[in-house]
Design a protein around this ligand. Sequence first.
Ligand code: AVJ
Length: 321
Amino acid sequence: MPNSSNATELSALARTPHHIVRELEAGLLADTAHTSPKYFYDAVGSVLFEAICVLPEYYPTRTEAEIFSSHMADMAQVIGLGGSLIDLGAGNCAQAARLFPVLTPDQYVPIDISVQHLQDAVTRLQQRFPHIEMTALGLDLAHDWVLPVEVRNDKRLFFYPGSSIGNFEPRQALAFLRHLRASCDRQGGILIGVDLIKDKSLLDAAYADSLGVTAAFNLNLLRHVNRLLQSDFDVRQWQHEAYFNPQKSRVEMHLRATEDLRVNWPGGYRNFMQGENIHTENSYKYSIDSFVPLLAEAGFSNACHWSDPHGWFAVMYAKAA
Ligand code: AVJ
């Protein structure tokens, strides 16, 4: 009798694209082991992230939402109406949907690495907003991507909320912004959420919450990697670690081995000593004064920004012209 759970695992590996297997192996075998934050977002990880967004310690999502509700009319004045709203990393499309009544886009183009998650949300949204043409796209924004011809060319507004830009190294963030600038004409623009540098204690708490949801989110990456690589990580041998690194202006997330251990996968293995880390995420924090020049360097001008009373988060708009 074939072992059915084994067969499932094998077919999962057979379905993992080679470049992903290579990327994971290279990261795990590096001097300091590391993985890309995109591997947080399997089915469980996506739900855990939605839970993080409503935690009291995780201020970014609700602070950004407050900024939008307080300044929406002013934003619409500056941005103008109509055009194509291109939602980068749309997830459940909740943030963009709140802009529809005010910005009245002609077309909505949500983009996410997981098209399935997206498709359900878009189907529901299309019923609420039948007049907006909707085209969901499955793209990995961390790699080379181009917009297909279905995306209208007049007045493209790139919407990049949630401070997702923070996952890029600053140099890569610039390259990404340049790519956006090259993907629209002079009528285009960018509306982006940027998490700001603040007290270390607030940042530490936001990424190491008291319920342990962020810990579960971080640890769940090991299960996702196990499925992709057919590796044998034991979640119980690892501990969540997250802290603000002020020198590098970023929150770092790591998984720390709680004992000496060995991880195996087809064609490879790695020994970890107790206390050794896998670096799983960087979340860069900016100031208004450091982000505006980045937008300018990327070819966006006339930047304006809206913030919350604490100055914890900023929403910035800049024109392609
Ligand atoms: C989705 C990248 C914006 O950096 O705050 C939340 C991901 N990681 N808690 C962030 C995250 C841990 C989040 N971004």
